[in-house]
Write a protein that binds this ligand. Sequence first.
Ligand code: SAH
Ligand code: SF4
Ligand code: F3S
Length: 451
Amino acid sequence: MSGTAPTKRLYIKTYGCQMNVYDSERMADVLSPLGYVATDSPEGADLVVLNTCHIREKATEKVYSELGKLREMKDARAAEDGAVMNIVVAGCVAQAEGEEIMRRQPAVDLVVGPQAYHQLPELIARTHRARGERLAADFAAEEKFDALPVERRPTGVTAFLTVQEGCDKFCTFCVVPYTRGGEWSRSPQTIEAEARGLAAQGVREVTLLGQNVNAYAGEGGLAALVRRLAEIPGLDRIRYTTSHPRDMDDSLIAAHAEVEALMPYLHLPVQSGSDKVLKAMNRAHTADSYLRLVEKIRAARPDIAMSGDFIVGFPGERDADFEATLQLVREVGYAAAFTFKYSRRPGTPAAAMPGQVAEAVKDERLARLNALLEDQQRAFNASQVGRTLPVLFERRGRHPGQLIGRSPYLQSVHVSAPDRLIGQIVPVRIEDAARMSLAGVLAETAELEPV
Ligand code: SAH
Ligand code: SF4
Ligand code: F3S
């Protein structure tokens, strides 16, 4: 008999933003020394982790319905062969409604907030022994990052890297300042070490993550961090998300003009084009200050692809306010966007505001906004046809002999190409464009256009 611990199966389901995607990867990392190996289905898993999102009501409901299904699975397994399937709820719902989860779904063994998952191994071990203390949602981000192993096992040629967490902005609709706590930044040294480790394992592109990533408070801010990481051999592409307009400073804009590795794509949520609504949202920018900011960014990097988040049906939003949002969208011209109907989150100031908008009105506005943004996305993609762009190939496509990669503007690009090009940045002549992707053929380096 060998002395190794028996393999246990771990299934993690991730909801919400990229911070959760990153956290899920790190949870798998911290659990691997205990013998947990990731599987892609909850069937037969020894440990199921739901890494949850609390941002909108729907996101939270999904968690409870998933938990209902898991409970049946757990009971069935216990009845069949006495096996224990542990269920853990992690992430932002865990932080926001820890005790309520335990009350509503007794099948849950453990609730662990976003700042406490480094303790998962110990907590899991404890649940095996006693079912006593099951909540662990109150720890500082600092402790978490100190406790995480530096080693990561990236699964591809691109990776997320959390550099900042939390939010001090308190937009009146949003739960994030409550679920993720205050703004906090990791040190440039630890970020660089993690990035070097990723590059050494073949990662060519990192996306720096933060709820307000451009509020990064390490020395020199996000611009200095980007410049520092751009020096790492092998790390050819850097992206970052999500940014707040009010933290988009001149040094970061200058980095877009000067740092070749910094990709020409910027997610800069505006939420609304109406100053009245923006004020009620506590966004600390106006439609005009946002437009001027975009102008400045485009002066530094004319080809930059802009992306944004929009909320329709915020309390008090009238037709004229919504028209102002459409007008702002027309003026900016977005390459990509995420749109949401306002969702009333208990405990946030906007939930108690007068003038809540009827669901049917929200639906109608959402459809109009989406139609406009989809046209813009199609137009942006179509404008790439005929160009030769550097594409980082990430994985095989659905058709035999096809690879999928990304353009500098974050578009998916489908190309007939051999597997050995995965992980390489290769010139591709773009021949076709749809709303969600581009198609092209391999080209010569000499054909690459300077941008
Ligand atoms: N910190 C980032 C992302 C926050 S969450 C930022 O400020 O941009 C991502 C998006 O979800 C937000 O930009 C917003 O558009 C949307 N969102 C947040 N709370 C919401 C709510 N209560 N209802 C509808 N959409 C919401
Ligand atoms: Fe939420 Fe606003 Fe903070 Fe973004 S900036 S996380 S929308 S409170
Ligand atoms: Fe959702 Fe939490 Fe991210 S609420 S959007 S998972 S920070």
